[in-house]
Write a protein that binds this ligand. Structure first.
Ligand SMILES: [Zn+2]
Length: 90
């Protein structure tokens, strides 16, 4: 959450892969600047949704090629390396 920092729940604070994912978003924000990043992210989300959002795909660099593009299903089913959450985006 620029410009404040990275926010994860207490239970995930030792989840290195999740922190890495969020760090990529931090780098994206620094690369593009606050307003362009916010607008570009939102436009990606409108065009491509969440799973195919290029910023999210970039942040999923540790995931398998399948999970990079099908992240919601992977997080719900336990195939994602970053995090397991059966209620993800419900
Ligand atoms: Zn993300």
């Amino acid at each position: 959450m620029p410009p404040f920092g990275i926010v994860v729940s207490e239970s995930e604070k030792s989840n290195k892969r999740l922190i890495n994912h969020e760090t990529i978003h931090w780098e994206q924000w620094k690369r593009e600047g606050t307003l362009p990043y916010a607008l570009n992210y939102i436009s990606e989300a409108i065009k491509n949704g969440y799973d195919k959002n290029k910023y999210e795909i970039e942040a999923r660099y540790e995931e398998s090629e399948y999970c990079k593009l099908n992240y919601t299903e992977c997080v719900r089913s336990g195939k994602a390396l970053t995090i397991y959450n059966p209620e993800f985006r419900n």
